[in-house]
Design a protein around this ligand. Structure first.
Ligand code: PEP
Ligand code: MN
Length: 338
């Protein structure tokens, strides 16, 4: 349910409506807009008794939200959400690049990557300190030490940090070190983790589960929003299909429906989506054309030496070439690369 306040409703009337919703045992989510405030209601398992709210002073109308994801839906929140992190914005009109190696391998390569990226105007760096690996014998990440290295890179260059949280145990440490907390494909439906990051003071980058439907993905985002963290960025990273010519099948066709059904920004990860660096630039350009709000891109100073995902990582020369083409394509689309 959405309670739409009149444009001339006073602050006290909004506060009174919020309080009434709370007294009904429900959770109010006030959403101030350009012309009026709306209050989303969650927490109901049955239909809300609208008569109690309709008669409150300052209330214009009540709108029933039909989608199972309430706060993530455009029905509840027609305006696009813009997420601010690392001194930049993620949302409409911009195409935000989040670049960096798959894993934090050592201090030297992270500092070098951060310097190279900032020199090119990239404001956010990705790199995993905690790595979800298919094999227990593969490099598992540097853990807490990796977070310290990422903090050093931010202190040295000012770049914002995007890094993955794999379990609730490390939530405090990752929240502290990160500018955006990444939830990986394997954890998209880890509900205790989603509830934990709903309490975070940092935005959440929610990757699509490798077999998740659009509705399941938005329901996962709903967990984060329902807990009071309204800064969620979605990221398509490829799904499992019968196709075996790429690591995953990058489902760019999900971008238009996501933007239609939800107000949350959506990024695309062509690195995990294809698994091969020569396929990354065309799919990165396709993501821009499809209307995505940016990219999560693996870039490594020496991809051949990478401890994880070297085959899908661009080197700096490859990244430069892609960046130049992205800028040229973005211009006629009226989008700024940042
Ligand atoms: C990553 O981006 O580092 C990662 C592990 O991606 P995914 O969760 O999409 O596999
Ligand atoms: Mn990777």
């Amino acid at each position: 349910m959405l309670v739409v306040m009149r444009h001339d409703a006073t602050e006290q009337q909004v506060a009174a409506a919020v309080e009434t919703i709370r007294r009904m045992g429900l959770t109010p989510h006030p959403m101030p807009g350009a012309t009026r405030t709306a209050i989303g209601i969650t927490g109901n398992t049955q239909a809300v008794d609208s008569r109690r709210l309709e008669v409150l002073p300052g209330v214009m109308e009540l709108i029933r939200v039909t989608k199972p994801y309430k706060l993530a839906s455009r029905e509840m929140h027609p305006d696009d959400t813009v997420v601010s992190a690392g001194g930049t914005l993620i949302g409409p009109g911009t195409f935000t690049l989040i670049c960096g190696p798959c894993s934090v391998e050592n201090e030297e390569m992270i500092l070098r990557t951060a310097e190279q990226l900032t020199a090119r105007g990239v404001r956010l760096m990705r790199a995993g300190a905690f790595k979800p690996r298919t094999s227990p014998y593969s490099f598992q990440g540097l853990g807490i030490e990796g977070l310290r290295i990422l903090e050093k890179a931010r202190a040295a260059t000012g770049i914002g940090i995007v890094t993955e949280l794999m379990d609730t145990e490390h939530a405090d440490a990752v929240e502290e070190a990160a500018d955006i907390v990444q939830i990986g494909t394997r954890n998209m439906q880890n509900f205790s983790l989603l509830k934990r990051v709903s309490q975070c003071r940092k935005p959440v980058l929610l990757k699509r589960g490798m077999s998740a439907t659009l509705e399941e993905w938005l329901m996962a985002a709903e967990y984060v929003l329902a807990g009071g963290n309204y800064e969620v960025v979605l990221c398509e990273r490829g799904v499992r299909t019968f196709s075996d010519h790429t690591r995953n099948t990058l489902d760019l066709s999900i971008v238009p429906p996501v933007k239609q059904l939800s107000h949350l920004p959506v990024l695309v990860d062509p690195s995990h989506g294809t698994g091969r660096r020569d396929y990354v630039p065309p799919m990165a350009l396709a993501a821009l054309a499809a209307g995505a709000h940016g990219l999560l891109l693996e870039v490594h100073p020496q991809p051949d030496q990478a401890l994880s995902d070297g085959a899908q990582s661009l080197d700096f020369a490859g990244f430069d070439k892609l960046l130049e083409t992205l800028r040229r394509v973005a211009e006629p689309l009226g989008v700024t690369i940042n």
